[in-house]
Ligand binder design. Structure first.
Ligand SMILES: [Zn+2]
Length: 241
């Protein structure tokens, strides 16, 4: 694939001894690609990503992979809080939930998938470490969101998808402490940070929404309903394998 360079000054050294073992996918969440790329290259903004994928499939490299780009912010995945140290960040152009969230064009999805496959050929990234920004910061991020084709990516060898788990719908949401304990355990096994105990509080609801945006996009409810539980247990099983 053809990658064009558009350097950003917003990067620094990865810490000694850190190797790349994660990919974090984002959407740009701005009105236009131009506006987003300008911001990712603005020294005042102090944000960046390694790559930007436009809606027509054009791929820009802003930061070399061996350098640390500044895309994850305060985040955690599998108890790792230094996601920028060990990840490659990819911004996928889309106005996002704030400015008119729309379908990701096929050309863009193909380019994002090809880029991820190229990364996987260079770095040992486990499937469960291909994550959404919302997975690693569920209380403040929703990107790249439920319209992103995680299932299609996984079919092509990028990330995890529980094949053959039907959508059981939004009924049967569990709320009792014992069932929620299992929900929390499964989320934690996958990599989310969740408190061990308690009722369905806003924090757990945020994590459930992040899970749904990634693995149960049919209904982003923040509830542990039947459809969510089926997918959740299936993904947790894949992570345990
Ligand atoms: Zn993001």
């Amino acid at each position: 694939m053809k990658i064009r360079d558009l350097p950003s000054p917003n990067h620094d050294a990865r810490p000694d001894g850190s190797s790349i073992d994660s990919i974090v996918l984002h959407y740009t969440g701005m009105r236009s690609a131009r506006e987003a790329i300008d911001r990712l290259r603005d020294p005042v903004a102090k944000v960046s990503s390694h790559y930007v994928v436009e809606e027509d499939g054009t791929v820009w490299r802003l930061v070399p992979e061996e350098r640390r780009a500044w895309h994850a912010g305060v985040s955690v995945w599998r108890e790792d809080t230094a996601l920028n140290d060990r990840s490659v960040g990819i911004e996928i152009v889309n106005p996002g939930h704030e400015f008119g969230y729309r379908d990701f064009p096929v050309l863009q999805l193909v380019a994002a998938c090809d880029l991820c496959l190229a990364l996987l050929s260079r770095h040992p990234v486990p499937a469960r470490n291909v994550v959404a920004h919302s997975d690693i910061a569920p209380d403040r991020k929703e990107d790249p969101g439920e319209k992103f084709d995680w299932e299609g990516l996984a079919r092509n060898g990028v990330g995890l998808w529980p094949a053959g788990v039907p959508d059981l719908g939004t009924g049967g949401a569990v709320r009792d402490a014992a069932s929620l304990r299992d929900v929390r355990a499964a989320l934690s096994d996958i990599g989310y940070r969740v408190a061990a105990e308690g009722a369905l509080d806003p924090a757990l609801s945020s994590v459930l929404r992040a899970f749904q945006r990634h693995w149960r996009p049919e209904a982003v409810t923040g509830q542990a309903d039947a459809g969510t539980l089926a997918r959740l247990l299936a993904v947790a099983r894949m992570c345990a394998a």
